[in-house]
Design a binder for this molecule. Structure first.
Ligand code: ADP
Length: 268
């Protein structure tokens, strides 16, 4: 009886081990798929501007008699080159963020400075669309982290708010400190995001409207970069949105004085 008992136990353990092994394989398989998708997407995204640049360069010589056409081609060449530069920069930024799960040299960061810098960086686009940015809320908040990356994250959110809102509308950037958490919310009065896409906007290369976003220079990487930065800081990001009314993206970070390095998920 003891032998039977023992072999049942061994069999059970064996099954559990096999299940664990299978689970590991599934995870490895999934990661491999994610990696392959990412590379396929990168090739696709790079091919578009590179193809356009080649065609325009070829068309330039035969058009040399027509200064107006040369001027138009040159302008489009510049646009495509700028886009190629942006995609390349964002892919490198994202790869760097994915490679390092935690920040190596975190320092005390002044949230007011992050907000002011990110707003300043968007001034030209804001003015061009006759929009207004209103900053407000709690002052003097501090978090631990990388100031440059935090400015980049907030910059991306504000740039999207400008990009996906009509002329003359308002953007709010509000800070709130509450129970050891610093919340930075960017609110716009823009086009909004369909409910079924809300869960996908942080995915790499995801765009609600592929064609429109690409034509306006969008790469579909901005929010993915924001999410990585925020998570590397032990925080999280949420989105609220209503079609034709607007969107609010809220970054939450642990306040420096409260919980130096405790990720939000592990706090009470
Ligand atoms: P993109 O470079 O296309 O802006 P993002 O990763 O920054 O890429 O955003 C992904 C998609 O989410 C965008 O293509 C857009 O459809 C949608 N989106 C992001 N921010 C906003 C916003 N403030 N209002 C409406 N839609 C937005």
């Amino acid at each position: 009886e003891a032998t039977i008992h023992l072999s049942v136990r061994v069999a059970r353990l064996g099954t559990r081990y096999l299940l664990l092994l299978a689970d590991d394989r599934t995870e490895a398989h999934r990661l491999e798929e994610v990696r392959r998708d990412f590379i396929a997407n990168i090739s696709h995204e790079l091919k578009t501007p590179i193809g356009a640049i080649s065609l325009l360069a070829e068309a330039l010589e035969p058009a040399s008699d027509d200064p107006e056409q040369v001027r138009r081609f040159a302008k489009r060449l510049e646009t495509e080159a700028v886009r190629l530069g942006r995609i390349t920069r964002e892919i490198i930024e994202l790869s760097r963020l994915q490679a390092a799960d935690v920040l190596t040299d975190a320092e005390l960061v002044d949230v007011d400075h992050v907000v002011t810098s990110a707003i300043d960086q968007n001034h030209v686009q804001v003015d061009a669309k006759r929009m207004v940015i209103v900053g407000g809320g709690d002052r003097g908040a501090e978090v631990y982290g990388d100031e440059g990356l935090l400015i980049l994250a907030l910059h991306n959110l504000i740039a999207n708010a400008v990009q996906y809102s009509p002329e003359g509308t308002r953007i709010g950037v509000g800070v709130r400190v509450h129970e050891g958490i610093v919340e930075i919310a960017v609110t716009d009065q823009g086009v909004g995001i369909p409910e079924e896409d809300l869960g996908r906007v942080f995915e790499r290369f995801f765009r609600v409207d592929q064609a429109r976003s690409r034509n306006t220079g969008g790469t579909g990487l901005g929010l993915s970069i924001v999410k990585h930065i925020v998570e590397n800081h032990g925080g999280d990001i949420r989105v609220w949105s209503q079609i034709a009314h607007g969107s609010t993206f809220t970054i939450r970070l642990p306040e420096a004085s409260h919980a130096a390095a405790t990720p939000l998920g592990e706090q009470q």
